[in-house]
Design a protein around this ligand. Structure first.
Ligand code: ZN
Length: 259
């Protein structure tokens, strides 16, 4: 991969955000492989589909690309709030690439977030555009990037270095086991995964996870059965090889966390 963005693609555009969109998309179309099936390139979708931009012609997956200079930070600005929520709850949201680029316009990081790591919970509604705006009243959204568990962030380029494609594909196969179209279940599973990630040690106890019960109770507006929900999710994660039950209420993280 050539990590330099091509400035000649953007000469016709005036706004900085349009220039970056065109250059980063151009880069992806010439350099990226499909992390879902290994196809060596991704194509542009010609018609103007809201939210989605690109497609793999082999597996049919749809991709969106968001770019940020320097650090990604807490949030990524995305399109219309309602469209985003509808797409997530109907399981038709696109896969997401997040690109970071340097002041010298080189790609420093490229991360892939599978569509099944999205829940309405990580989408933040923005303030409607003001009455003076061209699209007055339009409501956009932010993706709360930091709320996405580490397991859902597949590094393709890390600190200016390419991660071996076979490793990316292997990791995708692993995390694909977490895919569920049941949005409620997905929300609980990702919450429990975040709790486990938050515990520093490799081994952890059920009691340690229960410490998050109060927060989860508030979040899900649930008064009872929170602990049962936690156990159910631990079982889901265990069945998919993400945690191991060691015994006596002790679990072990199996799949390399924070890799
Ligand atoms: Zn593909």
């Amino acid at each position: 991969m050539n990590l330099q963005l091509d400035e000649s693609l953007a000469t016709e555009y005036n706004s900085a955000s349009q220039k970056i969109r065109v250059m980063s998309e151009g880069w992806l179309l010439s350099n990226a492989f499909c992390p879902c099936c290994g196809n060596d390139h991704i194509n542009k979708i010609r018609n103007n589909v809201p939210v989605a931009d690109m497609r793999c012609e082999i597996c049919g997956e749809i991709f969106e690309l968001k770019s940020k200079r320097n650090a990604v930070g807490q949030k990524i600005t995305d399109g219309a709030y309602r469209t985003m929520i509808e797409r997530i709850t109907s399981n038709i949201n696109p896969q997401l690439f997040v690109m970071q680029y340097s002041a010298a316009l080189t790609v420093t990081n490229l991360t892939f977030i599978p569509k099944f790591f999205f829940t309405p919970d990580i989408i933040e509604k923005r303030k409607p555009l003001s009455a003076n705006a061209k699209r007055a009243g339009w409501v956009g959204c932010n993706i709360l990037y930091q709320k996405i568990p580490e397991q859902g962030k597949l590094r393709i380029i890390r600190d200016g270095k390419e991660v071996d494609a076979s490793k990316v594909l292997r990791r995708y196969e692993q995390i694909k086991k977490l895919q569920t179209d049941n949005i409620g279940l997905r929300g609980w599973m990702l919450d429990v995964l975040n709790c486990i990630n938050d515990i520093g040690s490799e081994n952890f106890t059920l009691q340690q996870v229960y410490q998050y019960a109060e927060a989860l109770k508030l979040k899900h507006n649930l008064n009872r059965n929170v602990e049962a929900k936690i156990r159910q999710q631990l079982q889901f994660l265990r069945d998919r090889g993400f945690v191991e039950f060691v015994g006596r209420g002790v679990y072990k993280k199996v799949i390399a966390y924070n890799e």
